[in-house]
Design a protein around this ligand. Sequence first.
Ligand code: NAD
Ligand code: DAU
Length: 349
Amino acid sequence: MKKILITGGAGFIGSHVVRLFVNKYPDYQIFNLDKLTYAGNLENLSDIDQKPNYHFVKGDIVDAEFINQLFEKERFDGVIHLAAESHVDRSITNPMEFIFTNVVGTVNLLNAAKNLWKENYEGKRFYHISTDEVYGALGETGSFKETTPYSPHSPYSASKASSDHFVRAYHDTYGLPSVISNCSNNYGPNQFPEKLIPLFINNIKHNKSLPVYGKGINVRDWLYVEDHARAIDLIFHKGQTGSTYNIGGNNEWRNIDLIKKLIEILDHKLGRPAGTSLSLITYVTDRAGHDLRYAIDATKLHTELGWQPTIQFDEGFDATVDWYLANEKWLDNVTSGSYQEYYRKMYGE
Ligand code: NAD
Ligand code: DAU
């Protein structure tokens, strides 16, 4: 019987990871620790929250005393750490929250795991989920490898880079059995509509303007969230201790091309004449420090562990649009209340 702590399990990627582990490993006890910030939503897990191997703990990873007590009480065998402040734009307006959660919160978890496991690291694992943004920005060619030097540009990516360094330092200094993965942009159901794809789906649906930063020429590599969850499962169980794995979709899109594809699909699904929603595109001031291009070289994960994406982009993208259209109540719930204030401050509407 293994006890696994998954942090941030009520968020976008975390909820897909929790679901996969709860369903696939009935002999594991899965503990979801989440503060339930604006981005955390227990509705994301309503299909599995009654399972006997699922446990929810509400708490803040920044609270060291609480974290230490939880580790002493539950005596976890493994940690999969996803809890984070995750939105670049919010990090530009409020960097301190990112330093507290992403840096201090991660170090609190590292300390608690080290203290609990220090007598015997056998069978233990601390898995830190990170981002490709730590590598900085690419020009028109090339891709990030695990050996690419870190060069973060936003407070978000700087906080994630810092937490990655702490995880490596705890491995090198204390022998903590850790592993890290750095993934590209995820898309899919349950993503908070501050991120490009769900925000633009919601805006197109409501005939609201689509704020494209700069010229829309920035490039992102998109991966379906369930493929990321599958990679996390594989790395947690089979990844080499002390190692780093890049995860990517091999699926690069310029923002403006992705937005036009989204418009094409939605105009069709909403029964509007083709191209109707193109008029919603509004070019706005660019994001400060906006990274031009991300691309991932996931060769190591493929050759060592045999992972590759399974969901074709056309299929995943279409299914994603369908999910947001079918889950109107979910979207309405998360865009009520404080979301309105965020939107006004961010986009001035
Ligand atoms: P998210 O914002 O949707 O979810 C984050 C979750 O963490 C929420 O449930 C929130 O309530 C919880 N949380 C925040 N602060 C907390 C705290 N102090 N204590 C406990 N819980 C807290 O994020 P996401 O997009 O699902 O990202 C999850 C992880 O994956 C993050 O570490 C992120 O850096 C990384 N990542 C995300 C992407 C992406 O495209 N979304 C890509 C690569 C890596
Ligand atoms: O690469 C992995 C990262 O991907 C994760 O670590 C982050 O947690 C996640 O938020 C995501 O970061 P991005 O900044 O790439 O994602 P976002 O959805 O915010 O933006 C995608 C692109 O779209 C980016 O180039 C900025 C642009 N954009 C975004 C928004 C919200 C716009 O043009 N307009 C917008 O309103």
